[in-house]
Design a protein around this ligand. Structure first.
Ligand code: AMP
Ligand code: ZN
Length: 112
């Protein structure tokens, strides 16, 4: 998608701090971090939100990718949160599917 900022991150057309990359997923640091560890995981192809996803295996693999990132970041034992904001009431602002991996501090509940 030509005007999608996360497609541009995947393509290397705008700068980002890439944490991990495979042919299917890219993980990069959130530009406005909400915790010591705040990484976004995106599929390398464009899909706007969870509402548009048809590929269950991709979703499962993306979740395991985030789980492995949490281990590699050293936050898995104390704990972390994976968030998929979806559509306006869910707080989604970028319409390319992404998981937020948040760790390094206690996460309150309920979320804001
Ligand atoms: P959401 O509100 O769930 O759609 O999350 C979008 C996230 O993308 C926010 O946490 C932003 O801080 C983050 N973000 C927006 N633009 C960039 C960018 N160019 N590089 C890294 N993170 C970004
Ligand atoms: Zn995109």
């Amino acid at each position: 998608m030509a005007d999608c900022i996360f497609c541009k991150v995947v393509a290397g057309e705008i700068p980002a701090t890439i944490v991990k990359r495979t042919d299917r997923f890219v993980a990069f640091r959130d530009i406005n971090p909400q915790a010591a560890t705040h990484v976004l995981v995106v599929p390398t192809y464009h899909v706007a939100s969870l509402e548009q996803v048809k590929d269950a295996a991709m979703l499962g693999d993306m979740l395991l990718f985030a789980r492995d990132l949490a281990r590699e970041a050293g936050v898995a034992e104390r704990g972390y949160r994976v968030v998929v904001n979806t559509n306006p009431d869910g707080g989604q602002t970028v319409y390319h599917l992404h998981l937020h991996l948040l760790g390094g501090r206690f996460m309150g509940w309920p979320p804001g």
